[in-house]
Design a protein around this ligand. Structure first.
Ligand SMILES: [Cu+2]
Length: 289
């Protein structure tokens, strides 16, 4: 075998082995070749539209290519038999233009309705508010304390030492706690996200939630919400090429039972701070003076 070809075969084999390695399985718990499992309330409709379009286009493609190949063979030129030239049929043209128009309209109306449910409907009042601010290269996360309220986030106040753009004197934020690359959501409880960015465009993307939202500096996106329907460990990966360290912009995301969430939140609650606690220090009350 010539060397370049052997090298090529080696690269293909290595890539294949890399896909099979356990390291990859850690990154994506479920199917690598097909959709990951859905754990978000809104994901069912998204998957339904996905499969509907896949079947519609799949069946149409098979039907069109079958007829085309059949006609190519049937009406071909043979010795003594000229090829048949058709110049179209107006009735057929009208039929196969009208049917797709109605299919596209139905898909657009249905899709728009689902989008409205996901992004334009007010999140339920009992939703847990969680602020997530992307930065080069990690996720700042802010949770409400016992009062259940997050400090108000103002995009214009977002800065190097104030990734959430909050007023340190805001009483709602006094008991907030922050984490870095560490997210826990309670099971079966709506979560309302407040998404922002400290520097460049990042994107909040969790395939298992069928949820994607760009985070653009200067804006706070407060209309994204979800409800996790299964527990598990997932990965929050930035989905906008945001710089040299983009590849390592991972956040650990766990969905746990409500009681486990409460325990976790209690263990994280520390002294109020406007900035992010990246080191998770001992709560101030426990530090000997
Ligand atoms: Cu990013």
């Amino acid at each position: 075998m010539p060397l370049p070809f052997r090298r090529f075969t080696g690269v293909v084999l290595m890539s294949f082995l890399a896909l099979l390695s356990p390291a990859h399985a850690e990154v994506r718990q479920t199917s690598v070749w097909w959709l990951p499992r859905n754990v978000n309330m809104f994901g069912h409709e998204i998957d339904f539209i996905f499969y509907l379009i896949l079947w519609l286009t799949g069946v149409t493609a098979v039907a069109v290519f079958s007829v085309m190949i059949y006609f190519l063979v049937k009406y071909r030129a043979r010795p003594g038999v000229p090829a048949i030239h058709s110049h179209g049929n107006n009735t057929l043209e009208v039929i196969w233009t009208t049917i797709p128009v109605f299919i596209f309209l139905a898909l657009a109306i249905y899709g728009n309705e689902q989008w409205t449910q996901m992004r334009l409907r007010t999140p339920p009042a009992d939703a847990l508010p969680v602020a997530v601010v992307g930065e080069q290269f990690g996720w700042n996360v802010r949770y409400p304390g016992p009062d259940g309220k997050l400090a108000k986030m103002v995009a214009s106040k977002v800065g190097k030492d104030n990734p959430f753009g909050v007023d340190p004197a805001d009483p709602d934020g006094m008991d907030d706690f922050t984490t870095y690359n560490d997210i826990v959501f309670p099971l079966n409880r709506p979560v309302r996200l407040y998404l922002g960015s400290k520097d460049v465009i990042h994107a909040f993307y969790v395939p298992e939630f069928r949820l994607y939202q760009d985070m653009v500096p200067g804006r706070v996106y407060d209309f994204v919400w979800l409800k996790a329907e299964a527990t598990g460990n997932f990965q929050l990966a930035c989905n906008q090429l945001c710089g040299q360290g983009h590849y390592k912009m991972f956040g650990k995301l766990a969905v746990v039972e409500e009681s486990a969430y409460q325990d976790w939140a209690k263990s994280k609650a520390t002294a109020p701070t406007a900035s992010v606690d990246k080191s998770n220090p001992v709560p101030v009350s426990l530090v000997k003076k």
